[in-house]
Design a protein around this ligand. Structure first.
Ligand SMILES: [Zn+2]
Length: 348
């Protein structure tokens, strides 16, 4: 595989993201009125090019490789751009991929974080000693572990969040951020086992448990899971308004928190459903991970409107879900989702 200059690509992609269309600017103004003045983004990622080692080919073919060196300065800049006149606090998580020196990113985030932000460290599934050690740092607000840290990826939750680690996070009252290693239907059994084995462990399921291959058949599981009071979810990257609204009808709103998955939310494109791979993003902009052949084969139809940043698509879907489900309680629900729940769980 030819060498990819990730630094140059990121620079181009960020310039493209920064240059908002008129439609996006209109939406941004609308959200100026809709959003509370103070917001917690409970799901943001960081690295720096100096911590990038080798990028595995599976990663380079995926949109997650768009911004491999996204740093705190970039995040501050985009928060100021996307939420003018708001105060945004972030839960900062390293980009959790193989090929990134996670220990250095953890150290970096823990050393620079200041009062208004919090850090979720990335544990290393193959390095129990290190993971237990980094949890001793008093500034750790959560632990994230990722099934894609291994190739092929881990299939069971306990393969990457081992019970030895969960003993320590539970007793230290450290929440975990769990990206499910499959659809909610596939992971339901191991998730419930974790919730029963570690009844005091607060678990935040990323992306509302929605994955590329989720189907509407999974929806009833949310109602079943709603009884576990230590289970929370974040809204990052859920861009389908129908799916999000249906989940909001089944899972307690006071345990849902706003997240973006920044910088991935800075990709501009539109979703389509591939029969095998599920939800994918297409863009007419030449991101290096777009496979034009796949797009041709699937006959992706571009609608007349130019695609928006995923950031706005996700916020529009969240606004719709809040409007439909919260009805007259909207102001209260907004305070919970955009601020209070994350403040409580991550001790902001
Ligand atoms: Zn993420």
């Amino acid at each position: 595989m030819k060498n990819i200059d990730y630094q140059l690509l990121q620079q181009r992609y960020l310039e493209y993201a920064e240059n908002q269309s008129e439609l996006e600017i209109d939406i941004m103004e609308k959200f100026g009125a809709f959003l509370p003045d103070e917001i917690i983004d409970a799901h943001t990622h960081y690295n720096d090019f100096k911590f990038l080692l080798d990028v595995p080919p599976t990663l380079s073919a995926h949109l997650v490789s768009s911004f491999l060196g996204f740093n705190i300065g970039d995040s501050d800049k985009f928060n100021a751009l996307l939420y003018p006149e708001k105060k945004v606090h972030c839960l900062r998580i390293p980009l959790p991929f193989q090929g990134i020196n996670l220990k250095s990113v953890n150290d970096h985030l823990l050393s620079v974080s200041y009062s208004e932000h919090r850090v979720a460290v990335a544990g290393i599934p193959t390095d129990l000693v290190y993971t237990l050690d980094v949890l001793k740092n008093g500034n750790v607000s959560a632990l994230k572990m990722y099934h894609w840290y291994s190739h092929p990826p881990y299939k069971e939750i306990y393969d990457f969040f081992s019970p030895e680690i969960l003993e320590v996070t539970q007793s230290g009252n450290v929440p975990i951020i769990l990206h499910l290693p499959g659809t909610l239907a596939k992971c339901e059994e191991c998730l419930v086992r974790l919730l029963l084995d570690f009844p005091r462990q607060r678990v935040v399921v990323a992306h509302m448990g929605v994955s590329a291959t989720s189907t509407l058949d999974d929806l009833e599981i949310y109602r079943k899971l709603s009884r576990y009071e230590n289970l929370f979810m974040d809204t990052s990257m859920v861009i389908d308004p129908m799916v999000l609204t249906q989940i909001f009808k089944r899972f307690p709103l006071q345990r849902i928190m706003y997240g973006t998955d920044l910088p991935l939310s800075l990709v501009r494109g539109q979703a389509y459903r591939h029969p095998e791979f599920g939800l994918r993003i297409f863009s007419s902009y030449p991101y290096h991970w777009i496979n034009p052949r796949e797009v041709d084969e699937q006959g992706v139809e571009l609608c007349g409107v130019s695609p928006m940043l995923i950031h706005w698509q996700a916020l529009l879907s969240l606004e719709n879900a809040i409007r439909v489900v919260a009805k007259k309680q909207q102001e209260k629900v907004k305070e919970m989702i955009f601020f209070n729940t994350a403040k409580e769980v991550y001790s902001f």
